[in-house]
Design a protein around this ligand. Structure first.
Ligand code: G6P
Ligand code: ZN
Length: 583
């Protein structure tokens, strides 16, 4: 057995190591500076405290983006030096974010051990490669992202750190082969357990969904399926679950080989970036000759996000969570005894609210960021939740879950079609959504993103909107001057959330303008960018009358879009005449 020693290395500070909505995300060129990653990792160990770190079992893996393999070796050596007992690594360093959450909660090691936490190496939907982004975040024992109390402590530590511990003599571990390798350090044995990336996750999914009924759907001659992993880690799970377990044909997988640079693409599952899938589903500009599949879906780099499409049809993420919630009890065995409650993030449309009201379910509106759902789930108050930002999930883990969302939709499709598999016309994705609108009404919804704008301008724009809120009559006067056909603003505020479980208060969570007819305009600065600022404008209009739910969404929302842009003086503050992305 290799014996290693612990070295104390003197280090100097780096500015700006403050974890954002989902960890620390920076350009690779920032992360590869000597000691940069080391400082952050040691600051995390120090924030957790020696009693939590010594003897601990930690998962270290991610979406496989550029620099991940080096980072895994560095973190392993630092963990060994800090007295960690075991490191668990998914084969080739690959684990999706939801799989990590599941592994922390469910996996039992060969020696009966359980994990205490995880370093997840991902910048989610941000591009990867030597000139793009890398990221790291810490997840806790419940499988969810570290709470602000911990990330604040980490940040404070990064501002004072003077040294870190590392086992320099520890050889690099082969992470491409499933095996347990043991070493000896000053505090005894240290193991690196490289395990299959998919088996624990597959087991979890099988405990939630009826795989047999999904298999019947996928093998039905009148159903067709397509999945785009955008070269992220989802490909590994898609191949195992959709092809090997559920019998989908291999050709239904697009971009399912993980790549360090996501093939040069932007691994964000939306109508702009998932180009190939969009074209295949008959939604692109190019006129597709062949008949599009019945169902299509995509994931982001670390496979926690999802986009669901029907044939020539886009399901908004806000509708998706509402539809899953409305059908969960009947279609998904895990929920057969009922939902504990449902939740959405503030900018997500109110489609879920209407379902909650109809079904008499507990309902919560939380700030943007999955971690806010975690507390509700730990307290047994929420079963299904979702965000407009293509995140959907449940209390089976403490992260959103891209593959879970696809299995949920396939379950609903299988349930609705249980009597017409084999031949004839299926109840399609579009039919399910239109039926939902006819029952609950429709929330027309769109989001305009202005990416990488000047941070100063973005701040001024937000300040301008906060100031405007002090006089609603003034706001309404301006609005009437822009479009006389939109209704009046009856309330405006900066969203603030008091966690019903721990009482903590989160302020400045986005600016809301609420209209008399139920429409909403929301403005927020993204918390996940790595350069400049991204302004997000969320535009929503509720229509209950089922004869009016079939309009084109951009057309229906055009008046409100105009109001949003003019009211915020977007062009003046940013110099942009158009958004970079519309979803
Ligand atoms: C990540 C988080 C989500 C959140 C999203 C918001 O994906 O996991 O919970 O909704 O970021 O991103 P933004 O860029 O809008 O802050
Ligand atoms: Zn992600």
């Amino acid at each position: 057995m290799v014996v290693f020693q612990v070295t104390r290395v003197q280090t100097t500070l780096f500015d700006g190591q403050k974890p954002g909505t989902s960890g620390l995300r920076k350009k690779v060129k920032v992360f590869i500076q000597p000691n940069y990653l080391h400082n952050f990792v040691q600051s995390t160990f120090n924030a957790l405290g020696a009693d939590k770190v010594r003897g601990a079992t930690l998962v270290v893996s991610g979406d496989g983006r550029y620099f991940s393999k080096d980072a895994i070796q560095i973190i392993t050596k630092m963990a060994a030096a800090n007295g960690v007992r075991r490191i668990w690594v998914g084969q080739n360093g690959l684990l999706s974010t939801p799989a990590v959450s599941g592994v922390i909660r469910e996996r039992v090691g060969h020696d009966g051990s359980k994990a205490n936490g995880a370093f997840i190496l991902t910048a989610s939907h941000n591009p990867g490669g030597p000139h793009e982004d890398f990221g790291i975040k810490y997840n806790m024992e419940n499988g969810g992202p570290a709470p602000e109390s911990v990330t604040d402590k980490i940040y404070e530590n990064t501002k004072t750190i003077k040294e870190y511990l590392i086992a320099e003599g520890l050889p690099d571990v082969d992470i491409s082969t499933v095996a347990v390798t043991s070493f000896t350090g000053p505090e005894g044995q240290f193991d690196v357990d490289v395990f299959d990336s998919t088996s624990d996750y597959v087991k979890l999914m099988k405990s939630i969904f009826d795989f047999e009924s999904i298999k019947s759907l996928l093998s039905s001659p009148n159903f067709s399926f397509c999945y785009d992993a955008l070269h992220g880690v989802a490909g590994v799970y898609a191949k195992r679950i959709f092809v090997e377990e559920l019998g989908a044909v291999e050709s239904s997988l697009l971009n399912c080989i993980p790549k360090e640079d996501f093939g040069g693409g932007h691994p964000d599952p939306n109508l702009t970036y998932a180009k190939e899938l969009v074209a295949r589903m008959g939604l692109g500009k190019a006129n597709n000759e062949s008949e599009p599949p019945e169902f299509g879906a995509a994931a982001d780099g670390d496979a926690d996000r999802n986009m669901v499409l029907g044939k020539r049809f886009f399901v908004t993420p806000s509708d998706s969570v509402a539809i899953i919630a409305a059908n969960a009890v009947e279609a998904i065995p895990y929920f057969s005894s009922g939902l504990k409650g449902v939740a959405r993030s503030m900018p997500t449309s109110a489609a879920l609210d209407v379902v909650a009201k109809h079904l008499n379910l507990k309902f919560f509106e939380v700030p943007t960021g999955w971690k806010f759902f975690g507390n509700l789930m730990d307290a047994g108050m929420c079963s299904v939740c979702g965000e407009e930002s293509f995140g959907t999930g449940s209390d089976h883990i403490r992260e959103k879950d891209g593959i879970w969302a696809v299995l949920a939709w396939l379950s609903i499709l299988a349930y609705k079609n249980k009597d017409n598999l084999g031949a004839g016309k299926l109840v399609a994705v579009e039919d399910i959504v239109r039926h939902h609108w006819s029952v609950y009404g429709r929330h027309y919804y769109t989001r305009y993103d202005y990416e990488n704008v000047d941070a100063g301008g973005a701040k001024e724009l937000m300040a301008h909107l906060v100031k405007l809120q002090s006089s609603l009559s003034e706001v309404n006067k301006i609005i009437k001057g822009i479009r006389s056909d939109v209704s009046n603003v009856v309330h405006a505020d900066e969203f603030e959330y008091k966690d019903p479980v721990d009482g903590s208060v989160s302020k400045h969570q986005g600016i809301r303008y609420l209209f008399e007819d139920g429409s909403r305009l929301v403005f927020r600065l993204s918390g996940t960018g790595s350069e400049g600022a991204t302004i997000r404008v969320y535009i929503e209009q509720y229509v209950k009358d089922s004869s009016k739910t079939g309009r084109d969404s951009q057309e229906a929302l055009a008046p409100l879009v105009k109001v949003a842009i003019k009211l915020s003086k977007l062009e003046e503050f940013t110099g942009r005449s158009a958004p970079t992305v519309i979803t």
